[in-house]
Write a protein that binds this ligand. Sequence first.
Ligand code: F6R
Length: 607
Amino acid sequence: MCGIVGILGQAPAATRIIEALRRLEYRGYDSAGIATLGADGIERRRAAGKIANLAGILASEPLPGNTGIGHTRWATHGKPTTDNAHPHATEKVAIVHNGIIENYRELRARLIARGRNFASDTDSEVIAHLITAHMEDGAAPIAAAEAAIAGLEGAFAIACIFAGSDDLMFGARRGSPLVVGVGQSEMFLGSDAIALFPFTDRVIYLEEGDSVALGRDKVVIKDKAGREAARATVTVQGAAAAEKGNYRHFMLKEIHEQPETIGRTVAALLDTVNEKVRAPEFPDVHLDRIGQLALVACGTAHYACRIAEYWLEQIARIPVECDIASEFRYRSPVPGTDSAALFVSQSGETADTLAALRFVRESGIKAISVLNVPQSSMWRETDAILPTHAGPEIGVASTKAFTAQLTALAAFTVALGRAHGTVSPETERALCHALIALPRAVAEALREERHIADLAAELSRAKSALFLGRGAYYPLALEGALKLKEITYIHAEGCAAGELKHGPIALVDEKIPVIVLAPKDHLFEKTMSNVEEVAARGGRIILISDEAGHAASAGLTARRITIPTCHPLIGPIVAAIPVQLIAYYTAVHLGTDVDQPRNLAKSVTVE
Ligand code: F6R
């Protein structure tokens, strides 16, 4: 949700900021802008739309200076116009902001009364004017910035540069992430470490409430109480994962990475030689004392929870309630004394999930979090971490993070079942054996890619599509519909196969593709009865199943997509591959912006 970057460098800043912004574009792409310090003070270039538009403007109107800040926006307050694009600036300061300033109306009124003129409809612009007001009142730049942020309510990460101070940059985080990059007599700020990979892999993760004053050879961090604080400089890995390589889109690359990313997750969570789960090292959470679990997440991560709900109840025999994070807090959940909560998030920054996590911890309930981004806000605030090992996910539509989340949740289910005595040593071996076979099964499922690419031509003509499944394939049907609609803009619905006859079947005609997820398992025959109901109404059925399922449904289906025969535990993870490929190739066929679909952003840091 908005990406910010700042450079105090030894080389012209603007082109480097563009490079960093391209890596942050997944956070938002409604508008973009850069401000640098030239001989005449602050200079800016801004453009509505993607970074390419801004790069075009810079090509004809370059910006001078080695010091600058940049921003890529996901609009919250104010339309995505050039005037609303960041940086916002006065004659003294330029700022970029990620987050929402909740008291901006009151601040704006006060600053206008003081004679300050506003040029945008954004909440962010008040920050620039507030700092300027403090400077006019005699404060030095850093003191002015510190005083300004003390008056802000809401969530933010900001970066500021000051006219006439070429060796100075200010940053602060409250509720939104910010990292400092440490170079050779250069300093950087970024919304995440990926943005800074072209310049440095040495970063300092600022903590909640921190502010920082940077010079090219100087870092002064203050904690939320205003005391100087020491924060570790760490070296981060994963630069290669942030490159598209030879793939046309990040999403396709990330789909193809899944045998490897799942393999890494399995290797981290299982003793693959002895076919046992490694007991997660949770110093503060005792698995055998968890009597019930709340699973909380948003979007695709929520669907991972919905699939895990089946596993946790069937295998570990733990009662589970599953909720979307934006609803969880507001329905006043009633936890038991033996309740724990499990949060799932790729980014670890999703505002709704983070707020739910804080709510749970304030209620005295232990929080376990399945996270992909180390050092993210949730990583720092949770009681226990179950890491996924998907590596940076750049495509806005989640793919490899989803399957890594499922893999981690499956391993967690086995660990919980073992702790509760519902999973015997033999069952544990069988389940681990299945998980160890998962990367190979996923690689096999990827072999249907060409076939799915052909099928996509047909799907791209549809106005609407239905996904059906039973059991753990029902939430996968929901995920299939989400994936299709978010990147193709085709309306799609996921539906429990048995629920179809209670309403959604009214949608069925000969034009609607009905994608059915049904391997030949104990629910197969029931699902096929529902498929018969669709076929009787002329629906066009695309069946995702194994060889046995296709053989048993001969004559009913218009198209077949084959997945390997596999253990029921891993089946939904394997079937996620064709679901992702269907969405991807349909989007390619339609020519939509696959990696950056309209109106979306990768990391949703507003509620
Ligand atoms: C959809 C998608 C989103 C995210 C959701 C949660 O493809 O990616 O629905 O799953 O915004 O994000 P995280 O996992 O970062 O909390």
